[in-house]
Design a binder for this molecule. Structure first.
Ligand SMILES: NC(=O)c1ccc[n+]([C@@H]2O[C@H](COP(=O)([O-])OP(=O)(O)OC[C@H]3O[C@@H](n4cnc5c(N)ncnc54)[C@H](OP(=O)(O)O)[C@@H]3O)[C@@H](O)[C@H]2O)c1
Length: 248
């Protein structure tokens, strides 16, 4: 199959490219660095010519509320229109577990808007929803600085290694469209303040961490259900445990 990976140079995208290329598919890693821009539309027609599947794992360079909304809505609309022209048979996108439960976060609102454009579109689709990446734990801490201190909620989190996310996305890309959503999460739950503290210590961050149940996570308060899959959902668990990931 010809499979175009939008955001194919990113953390998840580069791993999906490697998995699918290794299985013998004709894979294009598409991103602005290579002249394919899903927001402006530049290069999309050529990249998508003859494609069977498009996988969207792009991310917005700016996480400001308006920017991230414009990114995910604009790129999704452009992609679906270009896919329609090119006769693409399956659109796969990566989103976030429980995004709709955190409407005070501009990033989460943008991911929900992205999902809704896909669901309302005419291209058969699969949405893969992942929990937060293990690689993102330190970034959460760096994004939680308030007046010089790192303020973090003690809410539960179930981080997943990017290798496990990429495996799930690649699997979805070569399966039939679900016209629905699958969820993937890491194998263990942690308290956000503690796991982010460990990730920050590992990179030598010395600022104090303040545990605060009201601390905002990218604009939204959290509770113990915000960042973990619902217990009754059919979630696929990643293999890599946090300690093993950190040792790698
Ligand atoms: N972080 C998390 O914990 C988490 C959890 C669940 C889901 N997700 C989702 O996972 C997805 C992938 O995240 P990531 O961390 O792998 O991203 P990343 O490493 O930041 O990579 C972003 C990719 O998007 C590309 N890109 C940027 N602007 C673009 C544009 N206008 N058109 C096309 N491509 C563009 C970049 O291309 P260049 O290299 O050319 O700049 C790069 O390939 C995102 O949609 C995110 O919402 C993240």
């Amino acid at each position: 199959m010809k499979i175009v990976i939008i955001g194919g140079t990113g953390l998840i995208g580069s791993k999906v490219v490697a998995i699918l290329s290794g299985k013998g598919h004709a894979v294009i890693a598409a991103s602005p660095k290579g002249g394919v821009n899903a927001v402006t539309g530049e290069g999309l027609e050529d990249a998508l010519a003859g494609a069977d599947v498009v996988v969207d794992v792009a991310n917005s360079p700016s996480w400001a509320d308006d920017d991230v909304m414009a990114f995910f809505t604009g790129s999704s609309r452009n992609l679906l229109a270009a896919e329609s022209q090119a006769g693409v048979k399956h659109h796969v996108a990566l989103s976030i577990v429980n995004a709709e439960r955190m409407p005070n976060s501009g990033y989460m609102r943008a991911k929900v808007a992205q999902e809704n454009i896909i669901k309302d579109g005419r291209i058969p689709y699969t949405i893969v929803r992942a929990t937060q990446f293990m690689e993102f734990m330190a970034g959460i801490g760096q994004g939680s600085v308030v007046e010089g201190a790192i303020r973090l909620s003690p809410a539960l989190i179930q981080p997943i290694a990017s290798d496990d996310v990429a495996a799930a996305v690649a699997e979805a890309a070569i399966a039939a469209p679900l016209n629905g959503t699958v969820e993937v999460a890491g194998p263990e739950q942690f308290r956000l303040d503690l796991i982010v503290g460990r990730a920050l210590a590992a990179i030598g961050e010395t600022r104090a961490i303040v545990t605060d149940p009201k601390a905002l996570y990218f604009g939204t308060e959290l509770d113990d259900t915000s960042l973990v899959p619902a217990s009754n959902s059919k979630v696929r668990l990643g293999k890599l445990r946090y300690d093993d990931w950190q040792r790698q």
